[in-house]
Design a protein around this ligand. Structure first.
Ligand code: GLA
Length: 618
C-alpha cells in the first residue's frame, strides 16, 4: 500500500460531505522540496536569475538530492500586473520569454516551476492588480497554460473571507486541467487548511536569525510543534522556507539544527539561499541524504516533543510502519554544551532492543540499552535514527502513537483534553489520555496491522450539560467495526472493546446523535490498543458464545465447549482468509496450529451465532 491511501481512504469514508471538502489532488505525498526566490532576492527577480538557479539545481546536486520545485515569489509581473483583458502577465522586460518558456526550461531539466499570487486584490508588495481575488478561475487557467506546477497564495490586501478565498483558488486549481500543488500562505493554522491545501504556512515570515522568539528559526519552529495533529501525506504544515546558507551570521551548528528540525517536523524543504554560489558546508547540509530521508519518510508523520527540560528538548518522529524506528532530535537551545538523554521507554521501545545511528555523522553507534545520552553543543541538534522492538509490556495509548484529526465540528481538536480544554471527564471519572472532539468529527489512527484489540470509553464530556453523539469505529475499506447507541450528556459512558486485528487504520467518527451538534463535546477516553503479544493472557480466559472457550499456545489450541456434537471449525487470519478447517468432536478438542504464522486469528464454529473467539499464535 502506498502512503497515498491514508488520504484517499479517509475521504471516501465520509462520503459526499468529505469529498466535497477534500483537496485530494494526489500531489505532495511527501513534503515538497525546492527553492524559492524571496529570502535572498525579494522582488528583484528575472528570467536570467531563474534559469541560472534551474541550472544550479542540477549542477550542485540539489536536484539529485530531491529538490524539484523552482518557485518564483512576489513581483514576477509588471505594474499593473494584468493586460487590458484582465489576464495576469509576466513582466515583459524581466521575463521577456514568458512563463511558458521558463517552465519548459525547468521541465527540460527534470524540474518543476512554481509561481506566487495572493488571495487579496494585490500581493504583499502591493503591485496593482496582482491579487487573485475575483480572478481565481482565470488565473488558475493561465497558470495551467504556462505549465506551472506549484502556487504559493499569500494573504495581503485582502477583500474577502479567508476560508472562502482559499477554497475558491483550491477549486480553481483543481479545475484548471493541470496538477498544481497548492501552498496556502496565511501565516496561521486553521483546521480547514489541510483539507484544501497541500501545505499551509503556519507562521509569520522566517528571518535569517536563530531567535529564540519572533520572526526567526526558533520562533517559527515553536509555532510548528503543535501541528502534528493535522500533518499527513498531501497536507503539510509549513514553518516557512529555509535560511540555511543565507549568511555567515549563523553558525553551521545553527543551520544544521534548523534543517534537522524541519526534517523532524516533516516540513517542506524549500531552500532560500543563492544556490548558484553556495559553500561546500551549505551544500553538505542541504543535500544530506539521511536527513532528507527523515523529512521524506512516506508515512508523513510530524515529530512530537517527548521531553522538555527548558532549553533541552527531545523530539521523535516515527519512521515507517513498524512502531519500532524513530528519528530523534536532541536540541540544545542554551548557550553552552549540555548532555541530553532520550529514554527508550518514552518511545515504547523494548529498552534492551535499541540500536542507534548518528545521522549527521553517518555513524552507527551500536546497541544502547535503556537510553542514550549525547553531549550537544550550544544551538545544536544531535540527530539520531533509532531502531528497536515494540515494547510489549507498555500500555499503548492511542493518543501516544501517531494520529490525524481530519475534521472536528467546533473549536480545536484536543489531545488528552476535552473539547473545552479541560481534563477529560466521563461519568464522574477523569481520564489523562484521550481525544476531546466535537461532533461531527473524524480522527484517523494508523495501526499498520500491529494491534489486536481496541478498548475505549465513549460519551459526552461532563463540561457540557446537553449534547449527544453516536460513536463509530471504521476499519479497512470503511467497514464498520463498532457503533454506539446515542450517548447523551450526563449519561454513563459506554465501554467499547473490539478486535482490530489486521486493521491498517482506525477511523474514529462522531456524529451528532440526530439532533444537531450543539454541545456535542464528545470524548474518546483512555483509548488503549493491545498488542497480540500481550494478549494471549486475556484471550486464553475468554469464553465465547455457545459455551466455547479456548486456550492457545505451544502450537495448538485447546477447545472446551458445553456440547460434544461434531462441529466444523474454521480458523481465519487477520486478512479474513480461512487458513484451517477441521471437525472437532467431544467437549474437549485440540486443534494443531503448527505451521501457522505468528499473529492474531479468529476461530469460528459452524452453526454458532455471536462473536468468534480470538487467539494469538505465538
Ligand atoms: C509575505 C509572505 C512571504 C513573501 C512575501 C512577498 O510576507 O509571507 O513569504 O511571499 O509576502 O511579498
Amino acid at each position: 500500500m502506498k502512503n497515498t491511501s491514508i488520504r484517499n481512504t479517509a475521504w471516501s469514508l465520509l462520503g459526499v460531505a468529505a469529498s466535497a471538502m477534500a483537496l485530494d489532488n494526489g500531489m505532495a505525498l511527501t513534503p515538497p522540496m525546492g527553492w524559492n526566490s524571496w529570502n535572498t532576492f525579494g522582488g528583484s527577480i528575472n528570467e536570467t536569475l531563474i534559469r541560472g538557479v534551474i541550472d544550479a539545481m542540477v549542477t550542485t546536486g540539489m536536484k539529485d538530492a530531491g529538490y524539484t520545485y523552482v518557485n518564483l515569489d512576489d513581483n514576477w509581473f509588471p505594474n499593473p500586473a494584468r493586460d487590458a483583458s484582465g489576464n495576469l502577465i509576466a513582466d515583459p522586460t524581466r521575463f521577456k520569454s514568458g512563463m511558458k518558456s521558463l517552465s519548459d526550461y525547468a521541465h527540460s531539466k527534470g524540474l518543476k516551476l512554481g509561481i506566487y499570487s495572493d488571495r487579496g486584490s494585490k500581493t504583499c508588495m502591493g503591485i496593482a492588480q496582482s491579487g487573485g481575488y475575483g480572478n481565481e478561475d482565470r488565473d488558475a487557467k493561465s497558470y495551467a497554460s504556462w505549465g506551472i506546477d506549484y502556487l504559493k497564495y499569500d494573504n495581503c490586501n485582502t477583500v474577502g473571507q479567508m476560508q472562502s478565498d482559499y477554497t475558491k483558488m483550491s477549486t480553481a486549481l483543481k479545475n484548471s486541467g493541470r496538477s498544481i500543488v497548492f501552498s496556502i500562505c496565511a501565516w496561521e493554522t486553521q483546521p480547514w487548511m489541510p483539507e484544501i491545501g497541500n501545505l499551509w504556512r503556519s507562521t509569520t515570515d522566517i528571518a535569517d536569525s536563530w531567535g529564540p522568539t519572533g520572526w526567526s528559526i526558533m520562533g517559527n519552529f515553536d509555532k510548528q510543534v503543535g501541528n502534528y495533529i493535522y500533518t499527513r501525506p498531501g497536507a503539510w504544515s509549513d514553518p516557512d522556507m529555509l535560511e540555511v546558507g543565507r549568511s555567515t551570521k549563523l553558525s553551521d551548528n545553527e543551520y544544521r539544527a534548523h534543517f534537522g528540525l524541519w526534517a523532524l517536523v516533516a516540513a517542506p524543504l524549500i531552500s532560500g539561499n543563492d544556490i548558484r554560489s553556495m559553500s561546500a558546508a551549505t551544500k553538505a547540509i542541504l543535500t544530506h541524504p539521511e536527513v532528507i530521508a527523515i523529512d521524506q519518510d512516506s508515512m508523513g508523520v510530524q515529530a512530537r516533543k517527548i521531553s522538555d527540560n527548558g532549553d533541552l528538548e527531545v523530539f521523535a518522529k516515527p519512521l515507517g510502519k513498524g512502531f519500532d524506528t524513530y528519528a530523534v532530535g536532541l536540541l540544545n537551545r542554551s548557550g553552552s554544551t549540555q548532555n541530553i538523554t532520550v529514554n527508550w521507554k518514552d518511545l515504547k521501545l523494548d529498552p534492551k532492543s535499541v540500536t542507534v545511528r548518528d545521522v549527521w555523522n553517518r555513524t552507527d553507534l551500536g546497541s544502547k540499552p535503556d537510553s542514550y545520552t549525547a553531549s550537544v553543543q550550544s544551538h545544536a541538534l544531535v540527530l539520531l535514527k533509532v531502531k528497536g522492538k515494540m515494547d510489549t509490556t507498555a500500555t499503548w495509548w492511542a493518543p501516544d502513537i501517531h494520529f490525524v484529526s481530519t475534521s472536528n465540528g467546533s473549536g480545536v481538536f484536543r489531545h488528552n483534553q476535552s473539547n473545552g480544554g479541560k481534563t477529560i471527564t466521563l461519568g464522574g471519572k477523569t481520564h489523562a489520555k484521550g481525544f476531546g472532539v466535537h461532533s461531527p468529527s473524524r480522527t484517523i489512527v494508523p495501526l499498520h496491522r500491529k494491534f489486536a484489540r481496541f478498548q475505549v470509553q465513549v460519551g459526552i464530556d461532563a463540561e457540557t450539560t446537553g449534547g449527544s453523539a453516536v460513536f463509530q469505529i471504521l476499519g479497512n475499506g470503511g467497514a464498520k467495526l463498532y457503533e454506539s447507541p446515542v450517548c447523551k450528556g450526563g449519561a454513563a459512558p459506554v465501554s467499547v472493546d473490539i478486535s482490530v486485528a489486521g486493521q491498517d487504520s482506525l477511523y474514529l467518527i462522531t456524529t451528532d446523535g440526530g439532533d444537531g451538534n450543539t454541545n456535542d463535546h464528545a470524548d474518546w477516553a483512555s483509548p488503549v490498543l493491545t498488542l497480540p503479544e500481550s494478549m494471549s493472557a486475556i484471550q486464553t480466559k475468554a469464553r465465547g458464545n455457545a459455551g466455547w472457550s479456548l486456550i492457545a499456545g505451544e502450537g495448538k489450541v485447546s477447545i472446551h465447549r458445553d456440547v460434544a456434537t461434531p462441529t466444523m471449525v474454521q480458523v481465519i487470519d487477520a486478512q479474513g482468509r480461512v487458513v484451517l478447517s477441521q471437525v472437532v468432536e467431544g467437549m474437549d478438542a485440540i486443534l494443531s496450529t503448527q505451521g501457522l504464522a505468528r499473529g492474531v486469528y479468529s476461530l469460528r464454529s459452524q452453526g454458532s451465532n455471536g462473536p468468534a473467539l480470538q487467539f494469538v499464535n505465538n
